[in-house]
Design a binder for this molecule. Structure first.
Ligand code: SF4
Length: 212
């Protein structure tokens, strides 16, 4: 049984899978409290669901991509065999995690998205450094940038751990806190090797862009 907050089918708004029709499985519970968290409803709300029932629901969408997100999915150990089973059934599986819990037992076929928390996230120093050894070539490192200080911190972190050479690094502007253009200019001016990531889903489903 896994405590599930919600399952839904939508367009992936982040990572290199951006734009892909995806089944999102959001687990309940998070050990962090980021200042900009837009999924606070996932901290406690949810239903314990048998894995078989989850698989049936996922299959019903007839999608190729499944994104396991939270909350923090790695708080529930039953998430591990679920991801393995999905890989066995030829889904492209991604896992969004803050990296504060060990990734050692995550199936190597899963694309892990490590959302490393910056100082202004309100949850600095929560990244488990041991997870660097469990990263796969397909792993993507994401930093939500809230300020100039965060930008500099992320640059230092990436250089210190050689992330730009080994992985895709994504910088995402904290929605409503810093502007996309500011972050784009910073990446260019400071010759960063990071990719700018805009949360596509927030634009697609924004009231300003709905309609025909
Ligand atoms: S890790 Fe994610 S779900 Fe948890 S508090 Fe931070 S933004 Fe919210």
């Amino acid at each position: 049984m896994i405590k599930i907050n919600e399952i839904f089918y939508s367009i992936q708004g982040e990572t290199t899978y951006v734009g892909s029709p995806t089944v999102f499985v959001r687990t309940t519970g998070c050990n962090l409290r980021c200042t900009y968290c837009d999924t606070k409803y996932s901290y406690y709300e949810g239903q314990f669901t048998p894995t078989e029932q989850l698989l049936e629901k996922i299959k019903s969408y007839q999608a190729k991509y499944v994104c396991i997100t939270g909350g923090e999915p790695l708080l529930q150990k039953e998430v591990l065999p679920l991801m393995t089973q999905l890989c066995d059934e030829n889904y492209f599986v991604s896992l969004e995690t803050s990296g504060s819990k060990s990734m050692q037992l995550v199936d190597s076929r899963v694309k892990t998205i490590l959302d490393v928390k910056t100082p202004d996230s309100g949850e600095p120093d929560t990244f488990l450094m041991a997870n660097l050894q469990w990263a796969q070539p397909s792993t993507e490192f994401k930093f939500v940038i809230c300020s100039e200080k965060d930008f500099e911190w992320a640059e230092n972190f990436c250089r210190q751990h050689d992330l730009f050479q080994k992985y895709i690094v994504l910088y995402s502007p904290s929605f409503g806190q810093v502007r996309e253009t500011w972050l784009a200019e910073n990446i260019l001016q400071k010759k960063s090797k990071a990719r700018l990531q805009i949360q596509l889903h927030k634009y697609i489903w924004s009231p300003d862009t709905r309609g025909v």
